[in-house]
Design a protein around this ligand. Structure first.
Ligand SMILES: [Zn+2]
Ligand SMILES: [Zn+2]
Length: 337
């Protein structure tokens, strides 16, 4: 079968690879769509902290069932969503119902070969029915589930004054689910094009452009109180540190994105607010189900977020170009078959 392989940073090839063998309790899936995400661009550029090459990327996956175990509830030809977080089932996190932060987690397309290829075999427990979703929608469930999980972590209540920092796909997903949960959502970003996209796509009505006077703007927007619920989805240390000051007294900050450095904060500022800081990593099965239901309900402006597309053979030329040609790029989708 054909697979797109990142042989080393900056080196992307299409190769013939052996057909995957379906293991016990696994489902052989014919990959049909692969969403390209920030992680994939980082892998290609060589800026991912712990990645071994060569690697087949691809963790935002939808496809159709080609072969299932005899006792499986899945039918041949059924459209499915793949949860790319493979967990061990036995560690402290897994035992406590948190396989999303399994100590031995292996993410398809990151820690082991992913789905930027024609077929892949994955544990049945990581395969979910796609309901009435299209292939494009089903391949968008994973990146949206990150936002749904962050919102679940934040314990957001209806009416909460909410700020999402970062208007990329993860930030927009967080904003969508914060809105669905009843939050009064504002998005902050320094890129005015991205803010315009967020309002034009109907994701949020309120935005703040970050710049030299961001804190002042945040305070003006909130009558001097700050936001009760703040999410950071920037992957930027300075932004994460600045975010502590945007949180209202009694509020919370949820760090959705990750950076490789330490993040520091002023203890008096943190303490006087009695602030809660949440980490949010990956997503749980329930988050995937929340996303599938939200898409089925027609409440997400998803088609507008899928701005670019290519085919498996086109990735080799298109993905490198998209690392620098970011204008108008929100989410690119790869078609297979
Ligand atoms: Zn992703
Ligand atoms: Zn585990």
């Amino acid at each position: 079968m054909q697979a797109v392989v990142c042989r080393a940073p900056g080196e992307l090839t299409i190769e013939e690879r052996p057909e995957p063998e379906r293991g016990v309790a696994e489902i052989l899936v014919g990959v049909r769509r692969i969403g390209i995400c920030g992680t994939d661009y980082h892998i290609y550029e060589g800026s991912h902290p712990y990645l071994q090459y060569p690697r087949i990327m691809g963790h935002e996956l939808s496809g159709e069932v080609l072969e299932a175990p005899p006792d499986s509830t899945f039918d041949r030809g059924q459209i499915v969503v793949i949860n790319p977080y493979l967990s061990c089932g036995g560690c402290v996190a897994c035992r406590n119902g948190k396989p999303n932060c399994c100590t031995r987690i292996a993410v398809l397309g990151v820690h082991r070969d992913g789905g930027m290829c024609e077929r892949i075999s994955v544990p049945e427990t990581n395969v979910y029915p796609a309901g009435r979703l299209t292939l494009d929608e089903a391949a968008s469930v994973e990146f949206l589930a990150i936002g749904a999980h962050a919102v679940a972590r934040s314990r957001l209540k209806a009416g909460a004054r909410t700020l999402v920092i970062g208007a990329g796909p993860i930030g927009l997903g967080s904003a969508l689910f914060a809105s669905l949960a009843g939050g009064d959502v504002t998005i902050l970003d320094r890129d005015s094009d991205r803010l315009a996209f967020a309002t034009q796509a109907g994701i949020v009505a309120k935005t703040i452009e970050a710049g030299t006077r961001t804190l002042e703007r945040v305070l003006v927007a909130t009558g001097g109180e700050g936001f009760g619920i703040v999410f950071d989805a920037t992957g930027n240390r300075a932004s994460m540190e600045a975010a502590f000051a945007y949180v209202a007294h009694g509020g919370s900050l949820t760090l959705v994105s990750i950076v490789t450095e330490s993040v520091t904060f002023s203890d008096p500022e943190f303490h006087k607010r009695e602030m809660t800081v949440f980490g949010s990593r990956n997503a749980l099965r329930g988050d995937f189900e929340t996303v599938v239901a939200a898409i089925e309900s027609g409440r997400l402006p998803l088609p507008r977020m899928l701005t670019h597309r290519t085919r498996l053979t086109g990735v080799v030329a298109d993905l490198p170009r998209w690392t620098s040609e970011k204008k108008g790029l929100m989410k690119a989708m790869v078609e297979v078959g």
